[in-house]
Design a protein around this ligand. Structure first.
Ligand code: UDP
Length: 238
């Protein structure tokens, strides 16, 4: 499958049309942004890692009952995916307090929740992705009640599967962001990516951060952290 016209260039990926109207090619870049695009940089090798990691995790999720957009890995940075209309909701699941949750509610990072939480924000860069609840999403007609129910069910299932998977790698899944899309026949499937750009991943023993927070917070060792998390994933899926 060959790349056709470029449809879109985002912060971390480019998207191309293909000969098949139901398939797209996503191409992962090394570019990184944070704080709604205010901080920009590159993380060398990130595109390759995020592409491969996301594909392997989506393959795993498919076997556990979560439909995804993944079709075929074409090269180190390029993947064939099903074309969807992205539901404009960022779906965030948290197992442990961190990031904006800690800031918003004035709690330290690292508090383990008795049960995972879910939250939605409106995917809208101009507005800075504001937090919203189910009723707001319905009022704005971002999704139907049934679609929201499906998204919640899949998001919690993704959490169960990935928590267990990462735990086997000596990694704690702190929180993550998912995006869902709607296929031409109206089905909700998992889209976008699952990577250290979109998940907080801490070494289970040392609590060392192995994700994009190293970039956001200028902690150094960003490339090494991405390489280490990929090494552990490869080891587990050998
Ligand atoms: N996240 C993301 N994209 C966003 C916002 C958040 O992938 O635009 C991920 C982030 O990497 C983390 C989780 O969602 O794993 C929760 O992020 P949080 O709401 O704490 O926001 P942040 O502190 O990253 O601004």
């Amino acid at each position: 499958m060959e790349k056709g016209k470029q449809l879109y260039e985002g912060k971390a990926k480019k998207v191309f049309e293909t000969d098949d109207k139901d398939l797209l090619i996503v191409s992962y870049k090394d570019d990184a942004t944070a704080f709604n695009g205010l901080k920009k940089g590159t993380i060398k090798g990130k595109g390759v890692i995020n592409n491969q990691m996301s594909n392997r995790l989506m393959k795993l999720l498919e076997t556990k009952g979560v439909p995804t957009h993944f079709v075929e890995e074409l090269s180190e940075r390029d993947t064939l995916v099903r074309r969807v209309k992205i539901v404009p909701l960022e779906v965030i699941i948290r197992n442990i307090s961190a990031g904006s949750f800690s800031k918003r509610y004035g709690v330290p990072e690292g508090i383990e929740f008795k049960r995972p939480t879910i939250e939605f924000s409106y995917k809208n860069d101009e507005l800075g992705d504001p937090l919203l609840n189910d009723d707001h999403a319905l009022a704005l007609e971002l999704a139907t009640e049934e679609e929201i129910a499906t998204i919640r069910k899949y998001a919690f299932r993704v959490n169960e599967v990935l928590r267990e998977f990462w735990s086997g790698c000596g990694v704690t899944l702190v929180d993550f962001k998912l995006e869902f899309g709607k296929t031409s026949d109206g089905k909700i499937i998992l889209a976008d990516e699952i990577s250290p750009d979109t998940c907080r991943l801490w070494d289970s023993v040392t609590k060392e951060k192995l994700d994009k927070d190293r970039f956001r917070r200028d902690m150094g060792g960003v490339e090494d952290a991405y390489a280490e998390i990929m090494r552990r994933l490869n080891e587990a899926l050998k």
